[in-house]
Design a protein. Sequence first.
Length: 176
Amino acid sequence: MNLYHELAIQEAHLTKIFAESDIEIETLDTHLRDSGLVPYNVESDHISLRTERGIGYSVSLVTARKFIRFSTYFPLSGLASTDQKQSLARRLNEEVFLPVFAIDRDGDLTIGYVLPYVHGLIAGNFVSVVNRFSSVLDFIVHTYNDDGLIDFGEPEAASGLLTAVGAGPAGDDRLH
């Protein structure tokens, strides 16, 4: 494939706009794959992806409100106090652009972002947000975990962190 053809494909992805009525999990999955991202699991209600470092996260639809929800959670050390956990969430909300951070009732860090699609969705913007959300997750673990507060446990345990929407420690109500 020559450079001109590659640029034409990129431009088509950046200018493609999905109508509001076209936004479905299948449409988003197809567009992600066409853009070079391969989900590790697709269900009728969500797409599961992994960051470059293997952190699982989910893309789902909130159809009643016309939002695409990006979400995951980070397990926090059971040895950490509630104040330490709340302090981390506050710091991340102040310093990290894009997602919202909160501590759920199990004491884990929830991470979420919603992208509205009322009146349609620019395809390139969707992929940009997917890539940004993914890179932010890796950045947080690399930059904000010097004290080991984020605790994935053994490597085998971390590989299955998020397998479905609501599979986290507090179920579907852990994110707003």
